[in-house]
Design a protein around this ligand. Structure first.
Ligand code: BTN
Length: 279
């Protein structure tokens, strides 16, 4: 079955057609991720609902997807704007066989898959800003929110939430977001069928998750590093009022960002916001 036709339109649809999940299910076939979809017209947060399902024994690969979210969540307690029927908001239940200290590799794996998937729809270069921002020309196209539940020294489940700006016209977004965000519509000048993006994303996530499981993050590392746009740049990392500045060297085995400070000391940053101090 071929990809759905791209509809050329002069502006992003504020309320597009509902997602045709039957097409996505059919074309996905028997992937492990996306084996079951829980669909909502509106929900608080797909991550919150996926966590409730995981707590009540949802299987690995089940997806919660919504046309809009009233309380879409981003990293560090931020809000994720989730207007209806134009973008993608979904969360996948994962049950990886990983030690808790390696759970962050799920975020890195997902960044590779999401970056590859969105790159297939646009001509511009797609980069990853540690740990989970998918950017085009410094503007955010997609975000990833992973939430892990660990028990007795093992990962019980991870909720992998993904938000992608597909057909939102960024002009219609609040001021603060407009300056920092982009969408596939803004980058291509066309409405992109969300089904195509969702199919490609779940397929790429399924493949990258399989590679992570079989061979570990080192097998995905070159793809992550090829899109990492902070290497060698001076950055400021901030978390809870603590600030570290230094030159970004890369990531360590656990997915932490490694910075070299002014005295040549290596510092690892496990969470927080990273702001480039040079372009
Ligand atoms: C970030 O960049 O800070 C992460 C944004 C993640 C947003 C997605 S939308 C689907 C899922 N449900 C949520 O509440 N958040 C994630």
């Amino acid at each position: 079955m071929s990809a759905r036709d791209t509809q050329s339109q002069s502006q992003g649809s504020a309320s597009g057609a509902p997602l045709d999940l039957s097409w996505v299910r059919e074309i996905l076939g028997a992937t492990r991720l996306g084996n079951k979809f829980h669909c909502f017209e509106q929900i608080g947060s797909t991550n919150t609902h996926a966590r409730e399902l995981a707590e009540s024994a949802a299987a690995e690969g089940e997806v919660v997807i919504a046309e809009s979210q009233t309380h879409g969540r981003g990293r560090l307690g931020r809000r994720w704007e989730s207007p209806p029927s134009t973008n993608l908001y979904f969360s996948i239940v994962l049950r990886p066989k990983l030690a808790p200290q390696h759970a962050a590799q799920i975020t890195l794996m997902a960044a590779v898959a999401v970056a590859d998937a969105v790159a297939s729809f646009i001509a511009q270069e797609v980069t990853i800003k540690w740990p989970n921002d998918i950017l085009v020309d410094g503007r955010k196209l997609a975000g990833i929110l992973t939430e892990a539940c660990c028990n007795a020294g093992r990962v019980e489940y991870v909720i992998l939430g993904v938000g992608i700006n597909v057909n939102t016209a960024i002009d219609s977004m609040p001021d603060d977001i407009r300056r920092r965000a982009t969408s596939l519509f803004d980058l291509t000048g066309k409405n992109v069928p969300r089904e195509n993006v969702l199919h490609r994303l779940i397929r790429d996530l399924d493949r990258c998750y399989g590679v992570l499981e079989a061979s570990g993050f080192d097998a995905l590392r070159p793809r992550w590093e090829a899109r990492f746009n902070l290497r060698g740049k001076r950055v400021r990392a901030e978390l809870d009022g603590q600030v570290v500045t230094g030159r970004a060297c890369g990531i360590d085995r656990n997915g932490a960002l490694v910075l070299e400070d002014e005295n040549g000391m290596l510092k690892t940053i496990i969470a927080g916001d990273v702001i480039p101090l040079e372009r």
